[in-house]
Design a protein around this ligand. Structure first.
Ligand code: CDP
Length: 237
């Protein structure tokens, strides 16, 4: 490709909870030398901040008060670490209490508007893999590659359970597999039914069912689709 400008694209990976978006997105970004942006971590950060300010109950009655959490708000990624207002919250945002309330916080319009601006700034220079629920539909509808990852709810619960065991080490301290599946199904329903930027497949998105794929297989699949898009753009350049 000598003489051609590298054509950096935007890759949007959306889909329901625990469908393997972050693992796939992170690994594809690494292979391409792109930046990975986990937008779920951003919604989780605002949710953690609501807990820290003891504001969850208040927000259920007066959602407009969420502005207190947004002014000021800074969320940055440093490698695999997430910084909320300058503090490392990488572990805190994965707590189960955060998982249970994040759909509520992410349904609030002021939160979505603020994170939309941040996410669009983060992808301005292209060369990003961004995962979430509304990346292909709302944040970057012009993304050259849009993927919608799905998998059976039971399989997704098994994967999330294995991930929690690996992180916590102590299965006794974890929710049961059934409980996890119920929470995942409930969160998908809340995300798909909300008024603002609901979870939905863009008509141009390629649906990939990962139920019977290994992580390596799904990474290879998305990577090869990305390489097709990158070389199509480069040969046009
Ligand atoms: O990793 P997991 O699939 O469990 O979820 P996540 O990607 O960390 O996202 C957590 C929650 O944030 C989702 O259930 C949505 O409620 C919300 N979210 C969103 O509304 N829009 C996004 N672009 C990303 C996440």
């Amino acid at each position: 490709m000598i003489g051609h400008e590298q054509h950096d694209i935007i890759i949007a990976i959306d889909g329901p909870a625990a469908s393997g978006k972050s693992t796939t997105a992170r690994r594809v970004a690494k292979k391409l030398g792109y930046t990975y942006i986990d937008t779920g971590a951003m919604y989780r950060s605002v949710t953690l901040k609501a807990f820290e300010h003891d504001m969850l109950e208040r927000l259920k009655h007066s959602p407009e008060d969420v502005r207190i959490l947004l002014d000021p708000l800074s969320i940055e990624f440093q490698g695999d670490r997430v910084l909320l207002d300058g503090r490392d919250v990488t572990a805190g945002i994965r707590e189960n209490r955060v998982s249970r309330e994040v759909s509520f916080i992410s349904s609030l319009k002021p939160v979505r508007d603020r994170l939309k601006t941040l996410q669009q700034q983060m992808g301005e220079k292209r060369g990003v893999v961004m995962d979430g629920r509304d990346i292909g539909t709302v944040i970057f509808p012009d993304a050259e590659l849009k993927i919608f990852l799905v998998a059976d709810a039971a399989e997704r619960a098994r994967r999330r359970y294995a991930e929690l065991v690996q992180k916590n080490g102590n299965p006794a301290a974890l929710p049961s597999l059934d409980e996890l599946e119920r929470e995942i199904v409930q969160r998908d329903r809340d995300d798909a039914e909300r008024a603002h930027a609901p979870l939905r497949k863009h008509e141009d998105a390629i649906e990939v069912d990962t139920s019977s794929l290994t992580i390596d297989e799904q990474v290879e699949l998305v990577y090869s689709l990305a390489m097709e898009r990158i070389s199509a753009g480069t040969s046009r350049a």
